[in-house]
Design a protein around this ligand. Structure first.
Ligand SMILES: Nc1ncnc2c1ncn2[C@@H]1O[C@H](COP(=O)(O)OP(=O)(O)OP(=O)(O)O)[C@@H](O)[C@H]1O
Length: 304
């Protein structure tokens, strides 16, 4: 339903993103990984029509049959926040500090034609949907009165307000501490209608996504199902990424969690990776689990 074909992004005669093609089906969660400067954000911003001044996109991208690239600003304003929405890394800069958060959630609905009273009521429902406590009271708070994690949930409520077809998240949890990060990721995985998830963190993408695109120097150098790319990387750059992360390819000894042995019957609370460990085999004895610092990845195979 999102179909990107030959997308390039230029600044003057510099090609910053080169000939990127991929698609995302309804309900699918796709990760976009790669080192800093590889073109992940520009790819996402071009789908939102939010490229910086002087930077332009060419090629084609359609979402639910509607073109996203090369369309006039007026048409994009109608699509943005409605057909496609984005959650950015730093919610404090995206929220208006002088406006109550409930009103900010309601505003994105009135901008797309909803009546004021209905939008206000729905804003409270949305704050509840992103699991904010006492949503009716919280709707009356200003951004600075909330924690970083709560502000990011408000951003997610805003992104979901007009029931978009696709949610794009660009490092949405980098600024949050580890426990809050995990809850936020679980929430995003649950509520996203279809997801393009940008991150540096391979453990996060392993936890969240079914498929992954690897960018390097403005190009997509590798793409495939999560498990395939992480266990049998074809591109040397992906191999390097895996080697420098704490994700270990199958067959090597997995890290043990200090002071923690897998209890009989698996981990309390279930598998944080929703049983999609890229290393998992039918012989796997336990479900994968985040390592103590929240960034690693560990499961136990026979003989470990
Ligand atoms: N406004 C701009 N004008 C010129 N070049 C730009 C502009 N914005 C980004 N670039 C360049 O385009 C390249 C891709 O940037 P982009 O922000 O997409 O990378 P990224 O993979 O998202 O990196 P990060 O993970 O650090 O956010 C970089 O080399 C960057 O310096």
């Amino acid at each position: 339903m999102l179909s990107v074909d030959g997308l390039s992004v230029h600044a003057d005669d510099l090609r910053l993103v080169r000939d990127v093609s991929f698609s995302i089906a309804p309900g699918e969660r796709v990760g976009l990984i790669g080192e800093s400067g590889s073109g992940k954000s520009l790819t996402a911003l071009s789908l939102m029509g939010l490229l910086p001044e002087g930077v332009t996109a060419s090629g084609s991208a359609t979402l639910a049959g509607q073109p996203l690239v090369g369309v006039p600003e007026k048409q994009l304003t109608r699509l943005r926040g409605r057909t496609v929405s984005m959650v950015f890394q730093e919610p404090m800069t995206a929220l208006n500090p002088l406006m109550r958060v409930g009103a900010q959630v309601a505003e994105v609905m009135t901008l797309h034609g909803a009546a004021r009273a209905a939008a206000r009521a729905r804003a409270v429902e949305l704050l509840e949907r992103v699991r904010l406590p006492r949503p009716a009271q919280l709707a009356r708070a200003y951004p600075h009165q909330l924690s970083g994690g709560q502000r990011q949930r408000v951003m997610l409520a805003i992104a979901l307000a007009n029931e978009p077809e696709l949610l794009i998240c660009d490092e949405p949890t980098t600024a949050l501490d580890v426990t809050v990060q995990k809850q936020m990721l679980e929430l995003i995985a649950e509520v996203a209608p279809a997801l393009l998830f940008i991150t540096h963190d391979l453990a996060v993408v392993a936890a969240m996504c079914e498929r992954v695109l690897v960018m390097y120097g403005g190009r997509v150098v590798e793409t495939g199902p999560m498990r395939e790319v992480f266990t049998r990387p074809r591109h040397r750059y992906t191999e390097g990424l895996l080697a420098s992360s704490r994700l270990t390819p199958r067959g090597t000894r997995l890290p043990t969690i200090k002071g923690s042995v897998p209890p009989a019957g698996g981990f309390p609370g279930g598998c944080v990776f929703r049983n999609r460990c890229p290393h998992a085999t039918p012989e796997c004895e336990t479900e994968p689990e985040l390592t103590g610092d929240g960034h690693g990845y560990a499961c136990w195979h026979p003989g470990d």
